[in-house]
Write a protein that binds this ligand. Sequence first.
Ligand code: NAD
Length: 524
Amino acid sequence: MATVLEKTHPPFRNEPVRTFSDPAERAAQAAAIERFLAQSERRYPIIIGNERLTPEPAVPSVTPAEPTRYAGWYYEGTPQLADRAIAEAEKAFASWSKVPWEERADLLFRAAAAMRARKDDFNASMIVEVGKPWVEADADTAEAIDFLEFYAREALRLGGRQSIVPSPLPEDNWLEYLPLGVGAVLPPWNFPLAIMAGMTTAAIVTGNTVVLKPSPDSTIIAAGFVDLLIELGLPAGVVNFLPGGADVGERLVEHPRTRFVSFTGSMAVGLHINEVAAKPREGQVWIKRVVAEMGGKDAIVVAADADLDAAADGIVASAFGFSGQKCSAASRAIIEEPVYDALKAKVLERIAKLEVGDPVESANVAVGPVVNEKAHQRIQRAIARALEEGGRVAAGGKAADRAGYFIEPTIVENVTPEKTLAQEEVFGPVVAFIKARDFDEALTIANGTKYGLTGGLFSRDPAKLERAAREFHVGNLYLNRKCTGALVGVHPFGGFNMSGTDSKAGGHDYLLLFVQAKAIARKR
Ligand code: NAD
């Protein structure tokens, strides 16, 4: 039976992503970027409970395409403020956990509507603060809206008494989902709106309260989202906004009153958090739940019978979209030998047409900057190491010749499966081209890393597609299409092995990670 609220909301549908081919859409987006840049001196406070804190000095959020430009200023938290934020979240939990599910879901529905009305502004914050190309920014905002719409509907499904097998005894029995408590939400910067908003709202719609510590690279984007929730009536203390670095994050993870940790980021940090959270602290009365979604070394396999144009399109889109800074990005192309040269030529043709530049300046930029100076250095080091280990540059291979943190779209070939570039995540526009003798070997190479997030196969042979469906060990497998661009609800997302806990964000199982089930039996 559909609940009243379910009936008032149509079935979930993904928010469309715009291409900006319409001049009016382009003009509106350009105007929003101007508006956002005009606010670059704005200061965004820490928010703990009802308080707005501004512990000087404020920190500028530097934009990666132009490091002398700022997206805004924020204030850094401390471990002491983390303690205060947890205390406020715990205070708010007492009432928020009792707010009816429908009311909490309604906040998400209203946030989705408000965000839809202000898409250009949210896009602008991402285009400026992390250098996202326009279409990618629009897809990020659309995904954030999708998470709000999807999790709101999921909450309506999970709220109230759940049907279970009726008792054979003279008693009534039922099961209810209860929130967990206070959560630490630690998102990455690469889907700075969608993942941050999805992680935060999944936790609060189920009745938990959180301390949101955004990534230092995308603090202003997160501040914009928290402002939106507050404007819509989010009670004080339900989402506490505490920017800062690893020290603040770590304190949130180890705090004895933290009930769960929702983390998305790198493998090294995720594993560390898992370890820190596992240790019970003085006064702690639960095992902390850790949701940790981590990195990938995602491969696209191209079989000898593949449509090579489709495969080349898929590789270029998956490897260089948002400069390869996606956990789902293809960072290995594993190609059957007979079609290696032909496929490479097609990929090179397409790379030559990619416009590299500052997305603030043009809607046509396909490859923007990488996120910061550290990433710029790290990616160049990874390329240098690949060359030392015998790799050969087939495209790009260096920092682009302009100010800002740009790296040319890069292919390194002559990479064998055990080499560092074939094993370690780079998180930049760098793809290793790996030759395979045949399909068997290609699949073995594809499965031969510690990760297991996304994967792709291009082939016209139904038997190979079937085999990949069974044997390609990844959380998200894509056949004859790019391996990025998971849609909420349509492609529940999360990886195997060291790619994480396979939480399947945007899927029907996700909200269960933020609740505990209570079974009740009452004698008649
Ligand atoms: P990161 O691990 O550096 O940081 C992630 C978050 O953790 C940030 O908020 C950071 O400030 C915080 N943090 C860092 N050290 C901490 C500590 N010791 N204790 C607590 N918190 C700490 O990752 P990033 O650079 O922001 O993001 C890129 C990574 O995220 C890549 O590895 C990418 O593959 C991964 N990622 C995975 C998914 C997925 O769904 N699997 C999605 C997006 C990104």
